[in-house]
Design a protein around this ligand. Structure first.
Ligand code: SF4
Length: 293
């Protein structure tokens, strides 16, 4: 594992004729950035400690109904705190996680534990290749019933191959010290002990950091929505899982005609446009000839 730090060169003028060069090693870290408040605060906590932070966002077709709009909002959130951002689309690879996730699904068709492990593994590859010292997430102990239980946080860290290198700054004081804390890359005393579902501590921290806009940008993961999940289960069951079909699940009314045929009915002009743009070349498009409807 690489524990790199990017050298930053500073020049100190000691007297008119002598220039002294000093190498300052700046710690580099990756923050898993969703644009939601917890990830914004996490990035801010690290940036305030003088760490060179890269925000890393993994996007999938399930991230929002309107993925391009959602992506723009995430970019704006990053810009608002002067965070460098990298966005990677993992829609195709993500489909494999939906077939038989090792840790199962949450209340809907959300394989949150497997999803986090997968994304962190991808982040770890970047960390090692590009010399980042550790990875941080905005996870808060006890905020979510399945994926943010204390024991699950440790499982995710271990399975992602990041034991000791995954920092959760908002709950760090409730968790085992990590390598960056133990080696002094970050001061544990400057981290937090937030837990539970209440958002009040995060809102207070946001106020302290001067962050005023922090609603989740454009909704949340569609895999946690019951109506979308039920449509998705149907196409998985009938072996029709692909990106174009997922796009179609976001619009219209849906009917299953037989094992091989799903009928999607546009309810308005916008639905119709979306249905048309998501249709594959083998799909059959029906439209009324002499009447509206
Ligand atoms: S809510 Fe969606 S994106 Fe978030 S961890 Fe769960 S499956 Fe992954």
């Amino acid at each position: 594992m690489i524990h790199g730090a990017r050298p930053k060169q500073a020049r100190l003028r000691t007297c008119p004729n002598v220039l002294l060069s000093v190498i300052i090693f700046m710690t580099k870290a990756i923050v898993m950035f969703s644009g939601g408040l917890d990830s914004v605060l996490t990035a801010k906590v690290l940036m305030n400690e003088g760490i060179d932070v890269l925000g890393l966002t993994f996007i999938t077709e399930f991230s929002a109904i309107d993925v391009p709009k959602f992506t723009e909002k995430i970019k704006k959130r990053a810009e608002a705190i002067s965070l460098k951002l990298r966005i990677i689309d993992i829609s195709q690879e993500f489909l494999g996680l939906l077939k038989d996730p090792f840790y199962g699904f949450g209340a809907n068709i959300n394989p949150c534990v497997d999803c986090k492990i997968y994304m962190l593994k991808r982040a770890k590859e970047i960390m090692e290749k590009e010399g980042y010292s550790f990875i941080a997430t905005g996870e808060v102990v006890g905020e979510r019933p399945m994926s943010q239980r204390r024991d699950t946080l440790y499982v995710i860290e271990k399975k992602a191959g990041l034991k000791g290198y995954l920092l959760r700054p908002l709950s760090a004081k409730l968790l085992n010290p990590t390598v960056p804390e133990e080696t002094g890359l970050i001061n544990r005393e400057h981290l937090y002990a937030i837990s539970g579902r209440s958002r009040k501590p995060q809102m207070e921290l946001a106020e302290k950091f001067g962050i005023s806009e922090y609603a989740q940008p454009a909704g949340g993961c569609l895999l946690t929505e019951p109506a979308f999940s039920s449509r998705l289960k149907d196409i998985i069951k009938h072996d029709m899982l692909n990106i174009d079909n997922i796009k179609l699940l976001k619009f219209g009314r849906h009917f299953r005609l037989d094992a091989k045929t799903r009928f999607v009915l546009g309810r308005d002009e916008k639905d119709n446009e979306n249905v048309l743009s998501s249709a594959e070349k083998n799909d059959v498009i029906l439209s009324p000839k002499d009447f509206n409807g």
